[in-house]
Write a protein that binds this ligand. Sequence first.
Ligand SMILES: Cc1cc2nc3c(=O)[nH]c(=O)nc-3n(C[C@H](O)[C@H](O)[C@H](O)COP(=O)(O)OP(=O)(O)OC[C@H]3O[C@@H](n4cnc5c(N)ncnc54)[C@H](O)[C@@H]3O)c2cc1C
Length: 401
Amino acid sequence: MNVDIAIVGAGPAGLCLARSLADTGLSILVIEQQAQQTLQEPSFDGREIALTPRSVRILKELGIWQRLGPADIAPLRSARVLNGTVARGLHVVPTHGDEAELGFLVPNDRIRRAAYASVEQEPRITLACGITVEQLALDGPLARLSLSNGAEVSAQLVIAADSRFSKLRRDAGIAADMHDFGKTMLVCRMALEKPHHGEALEWFGHAQTLAVLPLRNDEASIVVTLPPDEMRRLMAMDDDAFNAEMRRRFNHRFGDMRLVSTRHTYPLVGVYARRFMARRFALVGDAAVGMHPVTAHGFNLGLRGVQTLAALICRANSSGRDIASVDLLRSYQRMHRRATWPLYAATGAIVAMYTDDRPIARHARAALLHASQALPPVRHAIAHALAADDHRRFRLRRHRS
Ligand SMILES: Cc1cc2nc3c(=O)[nH]c(=O)nc-3n(C[C@H](O)[C@H](O)[C@H](O)COP(=O)(O)OP(=O)(O)OC[C@H]3O[C@@H](n4cnc5c(N)ncnc54)[C@H](O)[C@@H]3O)c2cc1C
């Protein structure tokens, strides 16, 4: 089989990229190891994705946003960062009137379902589900893939969107810097007795990090980060014990808390590929940049990379140039590194500082939150890292406890 572009991985990044290229006339093959039924009806995985206004614009342009129902979208009106026992902390609010939101929360499975539906009927896109890539060869005039069903595919360009633990990245000989934070993140939905007022809460407590992401109907996505052995204890609790434990960990801030979903855990590993391209080969999504979820930017940056790469391919294709030239792929690499590296590095620094429980680190982060009010560069960095990709839209307020 011969195609113009083969995309490996039909996660949100791979599907959004396929959708971005659907009108180019190029033939596109998307290869995914999961069954088609799982892509059509993905199950809840605990992740509520905080989308920035920029990501919402991209999803609208792709016709994916319009496929979400109103019940899938929850507005994020403000965010608060707490350190230790401080009760009010740093407050991030939109600057353009009371109507503006910082962003929107959408369940990951709803994004995946909408992205799949947007490509399912596209005549130039072929979906090969339940199939893995066994071998990648980049030494010939075209890139070649050997698939688990015995098929051989040649393509002008292979794009790996096969997760932060990308096999294709390794097969292409691209090294990646990986950082295992040694912690596990639990995500689930809970009903809260006291209202959240549409405000996200990031609470760097002692020996734990907690977050509340506001959803509809006084429900919230609860995010708890703990060492793996403590997390195993939490996961083993029955619902009643878990509810009581959450109420205690959140210091009764939201009154009674009641589990309304399954619980899901994720190991925290950050990944940054040393290169985003090789000959006739590119990385997108988490395969290029796998962010720590604390700043809620993994998919936002993935979408940005998809937009950058798709625009370069569309431009080359419409002017009859090679869609996989070294120059084109280098431009993508340069632009996407510039867009992602500062945030990736800032996120790593924030996580290191906020999960260090030594007294000196606690004082340092209290000082950082204080400085953020007074010093524009610090304010800029925190707003950029914690709130959204367009820091000019947001204002920070600091409250004394
Ligand atoms: C707890 C949590 C909360 C998060 N919150 C946010 C947030 O608020 N905001 C945000 O922007 N991001 C957030 N993220 C990050 C976001 O979920 C990821 O960035 C996004 O899902 C990555 O999409 P992807 O398509 O690159 O990779 P994935 O979703 O990992 O998809 C990869 C796909 O490739 C397939 N695949 C893998 N290997 C092969 C192979 N060899 N052959 C064929 N198919 C293969 C897999 O089956 C999968 O379908 C969060 C992540 C976590 C864990």
